[in-house]
Design a protein around this ligand. Structure first.
Ligand SMILES: COc1ccc(S(=O)(=O)N2Cc3cc(-c4ccc(C=O)o4)ccc3N(Cc3cncn3C)C[C@H]2Cc2ccc(O)cc2)cc1
Ligand SMILES: [Zn+2]
Length: 330
């Protein structure tokens, strides 16, 4: 029942159906007239990053159309230097990060003007160290993570005021050890991932109360084994990633009941179509498919998925190739 904010797990847990997930993701990107595909044009660049990263973890990146993706990205960079979700859409830090992540995976940063990306990101920073997502001015600590992750992937962190960016993140820290989207906002697992990830990239993890935050993160686990994003919420596969990546960076992944969480994630697979949904029986999508796979990669290397870097949510071998060393507490 869901009355007590959780779900019952059936007793037969399917194994990881990797071939089905690969086919689901490859076909999602090919039949472009399919309804769901058309409904996600406004986040297409992120959708491509989610699909490609999931396929790479399963060793299927070579089955994707690299040239078509690189052509698309080249057409999405605007005069401002920012990159948009789709052709003729407005640029935004969310999609600028997704594009740079894709280009790093394909080792193809030459298809964009990197200097103009750097100036676009630099122009988003405000006097208090925070970042606006685009020229319309919405501030959210998610955008601080996008800015810092993008510039660090380009080895251009020198372009912004990192100390001020860190100061703004600390203003978002709450008494429970967690982080919200702005100073005073309530703690949320997705925002905690963004703040812990930014502090991992900039080498400021020592400013976090790791025991207090680690405890709050473990409190996300429910009797079903699944994780929620805030107290009293239902479990959701994508929170597996937000919570586990933060716990891994904080050196406290072992605080979670891994077996219970693995079973919850495996139950969220659609054994017919392939793909993962947020909860058993719901519609699958590329977003939850990626985060189900990245969580399993962190939880158990016996799933024969490539290792995922918890800070960048990119395959570890890409972060190694770029020579990046985001910090972790041991
Ligand atoms: C279905 O309703 C939503 C609500 C919010 C969004 S969102 O763009 O703000 N976003 C990412 C997100 C994507 C999907 C999705 C469906 C199909 C595809 C194809 O690639 O991707 C689905 C959900 C979703 N959400 C909403 C969500 C997930 N779990 C619970 N919820 C409410 C997350 C949301 C915020 C976000 C997270 C990470 C990120 O890199 C960017 C945006 C998208 C659809
Ligand atoms: Zn979700």
């Amino acid at each position: 029942t869901t009355l007590r904010h959780d779900i019952e797990l059936p007793n037969n847990i399917p194994k990881l159906l990797m071939e089905k997930h690969a086919n689901y993701l490859i076909s999602y990107g090919t039949n472009k007239d399919e309804y769901n595909y058309s409904q996600t044009e406004h986040m297409r660049m992120s959708g491509i990053y989610w699909g490609l990263t999931a396929l790479d973890l399963m060793g299927k990146l070579e089955q994707t159309n690299k040239e078509e993706v690189l052509e698309f990205i080249g057409q999405c960079q605007s005069d401002s230097g920012g990159i948009s979700a789709s052709i003729q859409h407005d640029p935004h830090l969310l999609y600028t990060l997704s594009a740079v992540q894709i280009l790093c995976m394909f080792d193809a940063l030459d298809v964009i003007n990197v200097d103009k990306v750097v100036s676009y990101v630099k122009e988003r920073q405000r006097y208090d160290g925070s970042f606006m997502g685009d020229q319309w001015g919405e501030v959210d600590v998610r955008f601080s993570f996008c800015a810092v992750a993008t510039l660090s992937l380009l080895n251009r962190l020198d372009a912004i005021d990192v100390e001020q960016a860190v100061q703004f993140v600390l203003k978002c820290m709450n008494f429970d050890g967690g982080f919200g989207s702005k100073p005073g906002s309530e703690s949320h697992a997705g925002l905690i991932y963004c703040c812990v990830g930014l502090l991992s990239i900039t080498g400021h993890l020592h400013l976090i109360d790791a025991d207090r935050l680690g405890w709050w993160l473990c409190e996300r686990q429910l009797p079903s084994g699944g994780l929620n994003g805030r107290p009293e919420k239902l479990p959701d596969v994508c929170y597996s990633w937000w919570v586990l990546s933060a716990l891994t960076i904080l050196g406290r992944l072992h605080w979670i009941d891994k077996k219970g969480l693995v079973d919850y994630i495996l139950i969220c697979q659609d054994v017919e179509t392939g793909g993962f949904s947020d909860r058993p029986g719901d519609m699958v999508d590329p977003f939850h498919t990626l985060f189900g796979l990245t969580a399993l990669s962190l939880l158990d290397k016996n799933f024969s998925l490539k290792p995922i870097n918890p800070t960048y949510c990119m395959p570890e071998y890409i972060i190694d190739r770029l020579g990046l060393k985001p910090s972790r507490l041991d």
